[in-house]
Design a binder for this molecule. Structure first.
Ligand SMILES: *[C@@H]1O[C@H](CO)[C@@H](O)[C@H](O)[C@H]1NC(C)=O
Ligand SMILES: *[C@@H]1O[C@H](CO)[C@@H](O)[C@H](O)[C@H]1NC(C)=O
Ligand SMILES: *[C@@H]1O[C@H](CO)[C@@H](O)[C@H](O)[C@H]1NC(C)=O
Ligand SMILES: *[C@@H]1O[C@H](CO)[C@@H](O)[C@H](O)[C@H]1NC(C)=O
Ligand SMILES: *[C@@H]1O[C@H](CO)[C@@H](O)[C@H](O)[C@H]1NC(C)=O
Length: 459
């Protein structure tokens, strides 16, 4: 096992040369400028800083991203219209009456598409606006975090370029609606599905980043960019709050609905409508949330799925983000809101972390961010959250989420050593300065944690 030893800032720069094969894409995140700017917590979390910097470089190098380069077009033939395809639907051409082979274009407009649950039609991958948006929002998330403690223009420039390309430049911008998200192909009028609104659930990562650019007065975040993005978001909010398809997603009672409220609340913060954001999150907690957690902490609407461990963690990520947005918008008790059963977010977290992940081991890492946030907000007197992370996250306390989980114990892992993706860091601590500061040592394999959340929760 090759190990890299670093110390201090110079080492963080040197670490760019280390082989970074991927970064972690959290199901969702939200942070405020106050969480990161001039934060002594962040300043002390050196290992998490180092990994965040690597992730920021890794993902930004893949951008910028645009919907206009996709190889197939939506029914409008307008490349600026966002497009994604329903992944579990397959063409049934038995009733077409053709006497020769059909072309792809004929198949997609003449054959009826039928659902085969769990069977992913590789056709759906011909267009990847979904992956592009997810990568862009991750880039803004990591680059804003990296900027918050370095103030290095490299990161703010990455953000400016990504926003300009996706939202503002007339040649490459996305039109502000999701009419053709999760399009169902076949005869007749081809329309998107309300489930496709979930494709942009990571708006809250993007909003976190822009709020940091503003509050930190990044020179690269110009008033033109700010005005351009605001104008786009205002149009999109109108679509999100009036379009039939968007309102169907809002009415979804499970994670789809939860993420709708995350997305809308975050965007209202972006355009300065704090009262609107507060009302949005209030509507969530008094609405669909009421039926989402049972007395024992289970989430019945998620458990009743093909991958219950994943879906519990996934909705929990939305609940945590909604509590964060609500708090930032001025709610005083968002974290304490309970459902009809009397249980709340912490009970849901406690339940999710105790259920075996049988057959779903890959999804355990989806629990890391909500669990770290819960530990930060409610405390961790018996150390169970820290113990869970220490045992299962080879990067703990060096993961990006650690920067956002003020007060989360580092379990004394001041010189974390990862033995690989299945290994755990073990304390070797001589210098126990504070949350991960000191000499850094990690295995390359420990950094390779990729969460392909884009395609797993489409239905
Ligand atoms: C899109 O292009 C196809 C193929 O050229 C054409 O048949 C169709 O009418 C066009 N649709 C619109 C809305 O222009
Ligand atoms: C009709 O088209 C489908 C799709 O190309 C093809 O699988 C099928 O064999 C065709 N039928 C005939 C009779 O050629
Ligand atoms: C879609 O885009 C994402 C982000 O760039 C990428 O990781 C993924 O491999 C892409 N998927 C396909 C099928 O091209
Ligand atoms: C929950 O409510 C209690 C009692 O009002 C309060 O002391 C506590 O700080 C609240 N916790 C959170 C996380 O808001
Ligand atoms: C390191 O810090 C932890 C938690 O703050 C503490 O329990 C432990 O005793 C410290 N270890 C050393 C070697 O100082």
């Amino acid at each position: 096992m090759v190990k890299y030893s670093y110390s201090g800032l110079a080492a963080m720069v040197a670490s760019f040369a280390a082989p970074v094969l991927s970064m972690t894409s959290y199901p969702n995140e939200f942070f405020t400028p106050e969480d990161v700017l001039d934060s002594s917590w962040v300043a002390n979390a050196k290992w998490a800083q180092s990994n965040t910097i690597e992730d920021a470089h890794f993902i930004a190098a893949q951008g910028p991203w645009t919907v206009t380069t996709k190889p197939i077009l939506p029914p409008t033939n307008n490349s600026h219209d966002y497009l994604s395809l329903r992944p579990y639907f397959w063409p049934d051409c038995s009733n077409v009456g053709n006497t020769t082979e059909l072309t792809q274009a004929q198949i997609q407009t003449m054959c009826t598409y039928v659902r085969r649950d769990g069977e992913f039609n590789p056709d759906a991958r011909m267009v990847n606006d979904t992956g592009a948006f997810q990568a862009m929002s991750d880039s803004i998330f990591y680059n804003a975090l990296a900027w918050s403690f370095t103030k290095d223009a490299t990161y703010s420039t990455n953000i400016a370029t990504a926003i300009n390309t996706w939202f503002i430049n007339p040649d490459t911008l996305m039109n502000p609606q999701l009419t053709y998200a999760q399009l169902l192909r076949g005869p007749g009028v081809q329309e998107g599905s309300h489930t496709g609104v979930l494709d942009l659930k990571c708006m809250s990562k993007l909003v976190s980043g822009i709020l940091v650019m503003r509050k930190g007065q990044a020179a690269e975040w110009t008033s033109d960019l700010d005005n351009g993005l605001n104008a786009w978001v205002k149009q999109y909010i109108t679509w999100l709050t009036t379009d039939k398809m968007a309102l169907e997603e809002k009415a979804a009672t499970n994670n789809h609905g939860s993420f709708y409220f995350s997305q809308l609340g975050a965007l209202q913060l972006l355009v300065g409508d704090n009262a609107g954001a507060k009302a949005t999150i209030e509507e969530f907690f008094t609405g669909i949330y009421q039926d989402q957690i049972s007395a024992n902490g289970d989430q019945p609407l998620e458990t009743d799925r093909t991958r219950p461990y994943h879906y519990r963690a996934y909705n929990l990520a939305a609940l945590v983000v909604n509590a964060k947005i609500g708090t930032y918008a001025g709610m005083t008790d968002a974290w304490n809101r309970t459902t009809k059963s009397g249980a709340g977010i912490q009970q849901a977290c406690n339940y999710a972390m105790t259920i075996p992940a049988t057959g779903e081991e890959d999804y355990i890492k989806e629990l890391f961010t909500p669990l770290a946030a819960v530990a930060s907000v409610y405390g961790d007197p018996d150390g169970k959250y820290a113990a869970f992370l220490k045992e299962r996250d080879p990067q703990y306390p060096g993961s990006g989420y650690y920067l956002l989980a003020k007060g989360l114990s580092d379990s004394g892992l001041t010189q974390p050593t990862s033995t690989g993706s299945s290994g755990s860091p073990s304390p070797t601590g001589s210098s126990n300065a504070s949350n991960g500061a000191g000499k850094l040592e990690m295995g390359a394999v420990g950094m390779i944690v990729a969460l392909g959340a884009a395609f797993v929760s489409l239905l």
